[in-house]
Design a protein around this ligand. Sequence first.
Ligand SMILES: N[C@@H](CCC(=O)N[C@@H](CS)C(=O)NCC(=O)O)C(=O)O
Length: 219
Amino acid sequence: MKLHLISFKTCPFVQRAVITLNQKNVEHEITFIDLADPPEWFLELSPLAKVPVLKVDEEVLFESAVINEYLDEITGGELQPKEPLQRAKNRAWIEFASNMLGNSYMMKTATDQAGYEKYRDQLISQLRRVENRLGDSDWFNGDDFSLADTAFAPLFMHNSVADYAFSVIDPATMPKVDAWSKRLLALPAVQNSVVPEFEQLYLAAIEKADSYSWQQYAA
Ligand SMILES: N[C@@H](CCC(=O)N[C@@H](CS)C(=O)NCC(=O)O)C(=O)O
């Protein structure tokens, strides 16, 4: 079976799939596209015109959470809780992480202070909720690394770019989130989930938006 991921270099949703592929050592091919000028073949392939798309031979999968469940299931299924209620809760928190990724993007690209603060405050209150949900073990669900961990890791990687200027994680009030995020960022599967020029590309995108956060960073 041939797995072919369609990616955009700074997309956190694609990154989730790459983390799962890395974590499981699954052979795959990646094609990067430019979302500002998407090729015609991609628009035909992707029903929502979004990445990630995973081609499985000639079949097409879209939506990062669905792609990740599929990748996990064809490689043993150990990244999802076995018990239905726990598995459903895991999916719910993955959706929560997607919402946080949206707020993070809106915060970084908001063009005025009010917009920046609105999304920053939403993110901080979401992080507090995650802080209360985390236990004392290494991963989101305790001792078992899961797809919830792969879903949150890109948020922490994006947060870590120029973190002295942009970070929303306060180690004093969010010690569990702080430790968990560092544990995730130290994983080879996470470190190798972005291209080497990720940080420059990410900063360039914020600069291009001429966002409030960029103006503060550059000042
Ligand atoms: N819910 C989707 C979100 C994917 C998404 O928003 N991808 C962005 C890039 S990070 C995209 O392709 N945007 C293009 C567009 O909206 O036209 C998922 O989890 O896969």
